[in-house]
Design a binder for this molecule. Structure first.
Ligand SMILES: [Zn+2]
Length: 183
């Protein structure tokens, strides 16, 4: 049994008093999968590709924050999504949830770097200055591509392509060489 937060117990108590036996049981089952926290209620069970919790609810696998919103707040309009005001996709704290449109959802995911595109971008976007820095380090004897990759949050093949001139061909390697010699 996990440690329960006071207002969760209060909510469950209220649910029971209101005769919402079934909802009370579901809330209990939901809260068993949450890690105790003062702020975010972190989902400590299965997550989908977007980092959202998944929960067996109304005879199907639903998104945990949707179930949480329905159980603690109320109905979700058919065309609406349950979004986070916190920066934590696995949070199901109803105080951190609000409903929005599909467009809001996409904007939110991109802003928080959680869309599939965002994930790819996170690994592929280097700024010119960073590429120059990689080339400088490499030319100065920092040859460990894995370490360079880690340092710049990219994958090792990205570093390989940069240092072998297969990518970022627009950057003048000679200039970087000169700079190094003048230092
Ligand atoms: Zn939260």
């Amino acid at each position: 049994m996990r440690e329960y937060h006071m207002d969760r117990l209060t909510t469950m108590e209220m649910a029971r008093k209101e005769g919402r036996e079934e909802a009370g049981k579901t809330i209990f089952r939901l809260m068993e999968k949450v890690l105790g926290s003062e702020q975010c209620w972190i989902w400590d069970a299965s997550l989908n590709n977007y980092g959202y919790g998944t929960f067996w609810y109304k005879d199907r696998h639903d998104i945990a924050q949707r179930a949480s919103y329905e159980l603690f707040v109320g109905d979700i309009p058919a065309d609406k999504f349950v979004l986070h005001s916190c920066d934590n996709p696995s949070c199901i704290n109803p105080h951190h949830l609000f409903v929005g449109t599909h467009q809001d959802n996409m904007a939110d995911m991109v802003a928080k770097g959680r869309s599939k595109q965002g994930e790819i971008n996170r690994f592929s976007k280097l700024k010119t200055e960073q590429v120059i820095e990689i080339l400088r380090l490499y030319k100065n004897g920092f040859k460990n591509k894995t370490a360079l990759a880690k340092r710049f949050s990219v994958k090792p093949p990205t570093i390989h392509k940069i240092v072998t001139g297969q990518s970022w061909k627009n950057i003048d390697r000679e200039t970087i060489h000169q700079e190094r010699l003048n230092e």
